[in-house]
Design a protein around this ligand. Structure first.
Ligand code: ZN
Length: 207
């Protein structure tokens, strides 16, 4: 069950070279989309969904052992550059514009990884940013987007409840990876003990 704050809040993130930045405006709890499924306790599930994804395709595209997603309605997300997001005169791009053939002046690369699916990357630094697929007939009219959770700024990742709370495509996963993420592995040295600190480990981000 989600432990996100019930109040409205904003998350920020973007690519490594900072050519592409985004904000996610999460509304208060009563305004969050109710999803057509229940959690294991039978309670309603509202956007966003934050989850680990064990499918082969997402693992390859991310290059990470496990892909993690922040899935929400497209209209929560706005796209721009660092300076553009600070400028009140800038016309922010919505996600549909971003994944169109004319994505403003952002260096986005859109990759059709399967029918009806777009995955987007920064064309300068290669950061994997989002997954979007066409709406299916049985779904309601709300267009959704999955934002790569790891592209959020460190400060946003440390907000209350902004962490995966379920596994998707568990049956597709690699056994040792599933074990690693659920049980850990005591043979890895925990907390990087005895190893040098990362020289660029500051989590201070400025949008
Ligand atoms: Zn970039």
């Amino acid at each position: 069950m989600s432990s996100l704050s019930p109040n409205a809040f904003t998350l920020r993130g973007g690519c490594d070279c900072r050519s592409i930045r985004y904000t996610i405006s999460v509304p208060d709890l009563s305004s969050r989309l109710i999803l057509p499924r229940e959690d294991p306790t039978g309670a309603e599930v509202r956007s966003p969904e934050i989850f680990l994804d064990h499918c082969d395709k997402c693992r390859r595209v991310s290059g990470a052992l496990v892909q993690a997603w922040f899935s929400c309605p497209q209209d929560w997300v706005e796209w721009g550059t660092t300076s553009a997001l600070e400028s009140p005169t800038f016309t922010r791009l919505n996600t549909a514009d971003l994944t169109s053939s004319q994505p403003g002046n952002l260096p986005i690369i859109n990759y059709a990884s399967s029918e009806g699916v777009i995955r987007s990357f920064c064309g300068k630094c290669g950061t994997n940013l989002l997954y979007m697929r066409e709406r299916r007939p049985e779904e309601d009219d709300t267009l959704m987007v999955d934002i790569v959770l790891g592209s959020l700024d460190g400060e946003s990742l440390e907000r209350q409840g902004v962490r995966p709370d379920r596994h998707f495509y568990w049956d597709s996963g690699v056994n040792w990876i599933k074990k690693l993420v659920t049980e850990g592995d005591r043979s890895l040295n925990e907390n990087g003990e005895g190893l040098p600190k990362h020289p660029d480990s500051s989590r201070k981000e400025v949008v």
